[in-house]
Write a protein that binds this ligand. Structure first.
Ligand code: UD1
Ligand code: MG
Length: 403
């Protein structure tokens, strides 16, 4: 690394600003609770005895704090060029602006979703639209759609292949996946923010390791985003942890997913970013029958709360085996054979099966438990996923690539 070029001052300012943002956001969130309730932005915590109204969509406060911090930070990495009147790096500047534009756009669309309660097809469309500014900048600045082929496949495909337009489709889909994957692994206090914090922490650790490599600039860029992101998330986590005083809303899930997609795309480490989503990928694959309505999917799949024991139990979906199509029968048979679902069959062919989320899966494996214990187990799985990701990224990658 060129020590002269690697300037620590912008990073130090970024960290200092993030610390201030944390303290401001942690106070701002409770002070805005009543405003949200007045605006009817609230939800019932379904896993509590007293079903009181909890303000919802506080992710928008956290997202706005993040954006304000980033807007104030914009000139800092470029101050040298501004003062010395040197060759201004317009390409780096436009990257920063486009990344912020995409996140800002996602925050707005996410908030619209919380207010208007949009349908699932919109949930797929919104992140695609929000990622367009970013893809445009990627096209203008890099337009590199070449991927290195893993060693075992090189005899067939050669050293590298250019994916062309497919690479842009992949990047758009990455944004859709990151946003929705967090949103569907939700429903217990602290889980949405907790998992996002662990993913962000993993990205930060990866960036720090890679700062000594050739691509240090991309990783420094990613850190400029991830550090303030962690600050606002910690503030939200404090209020969202069991027993939740605020809910994060879909706004937060969109904002988080987009931030991860943005740093992954601009920092050229989108595959590694995906590796930090192992629990979300498993949850998505497990959910496929319900997401594609092969098996009935209730509006809420979060675990069922038992007020008698104060414990969470797997929630269920009920259907007739005869009503399932051939594909659904095939998939459910596999799930049943591998005993990854709780399956109860009545004499008249009525099936009671758990809702297909890894939250319910944990409850099947370990039995009913209190809500904070459940969240802690799920977050531990997320940490284990990160450790696995690092093993895949470093020792194992050398099997497939020349690293
Ligand atoms: C997604 C899930 C849904 C899950 C919901 C919980 C899919 C396809 N959708 O829907 O199964 O039930 O998230 O967030 O998997 N809530 C709690 N406790 C919490 C968090 C949320 O009770 O800790 C409830 C509150 O009533 C809150 C509501 O969930 O108002 C928020 O749900 P929302 O984010 O609108 O649901 P979706 O994202 O559409
Ligand atoms: Mg949600």
């Amino acid at each position: 690394m060129d020590q002269a070029e690697f300037r620590t001052l912008p990073m130090a300012i970024n960290v200092a600003m993030s610390v201030c943002t944390y303290f401001l956001t942690v106070r701002l969130i409770p002070s805005l609770k009543d405003t949200f309730i007045k605006a009817n932005l609230c939800g019932i915590d379904m896993s509590k005895k007293n079903r009181i109204k909890i303000p919802e969509a506080l992710g928008v406060v956290c997202g706005c704090s993040f954006l304000v911090t980033m807007f104030l930070f914009i000139p800092i990495p470029f101050s040298d060029y501004i003062f010395k009147n040197a060759d201004f790096p317009h390409n780096e500047f436009v990257e920063l602006l486009a990344a912020l534009l995409s996140i800002c756009c996602m925050l707005l669309l996410g908030f619209a979703d919380d207010v208007l309660d949009l349908r699932w097809r919109h949930k797929l469309l919104l992140p695609t639209i929000a990622s367009l500014p970013l893809l445009m900048v990627y096209y203008v600045n890099f337009n590199s759609t070449v991927i290195i082929v893993p060693k075992p496949m090189r005899p067939f495909l050669g050293l590298s292949v250019s994916l062309g337009i497919l690479y842009y489709v992949y990047m758009g889909m990455l944004a859709v996946f990151c946003t929705n994957a967090i949103n569907i692994l939700a429903g217990v206090n602290g889980l949405e923010v907790g998992q996002s914090l662990i993913i962000a922490g993993s990205i930060l650790a990866f960036n720090i390791v890679e700062l000594s490599g050739d691509l240090w600039k991309a990783h420094q860029f990613s850190m400029y985003f991830i550090i303030p992101y962690i600050a606002v998330c910690l503030a939200l986590f404090k209020h969202n942890w069991y027993p939740s005083k605020v809910f994060v809303g879909d706004t937060f899930c969109y904002f988080s997913g987009m931030t991860f997609a943005v740093v992954g795309i601009i920092g050229h480490f989108s595959k590694t970013t995906l590796l930090f989503f192992i629990p979300q990928i498993l949850n998505f694959l497990y959910s496929v029958p319900q997401l594609f309505h092969l098996v009935p999917c209730p509006r809420h799949r979060l675990p069922r709360y038992d007020p008698e024991t104060d414990k969470m139990n797997p929630s269920t979906t009920v259907f007739k085996y005869g009503d399932l199509n051939i594909l659904a029968r095939f998939i459910m048979r596999i799930f049943k054979t591998f005993k990854i679902v709780q399956w109860k069959e009545d004499s008249d062919g009525t099936i009671t099966c758990n809702n297909l989320t890894i939250i319910n899966f944990v409850l099947i494996m370990f039995g009913p438990m209190r809500e904070p214990t459940l969240t802690t187990i799920l977050l531990t799985i997320q940490v284990a996923g990160t450790l696995l990701a690092f093993v895949i990224r470093y020792p194992l990658a050398s099997v497939f690539y020349d690293v």
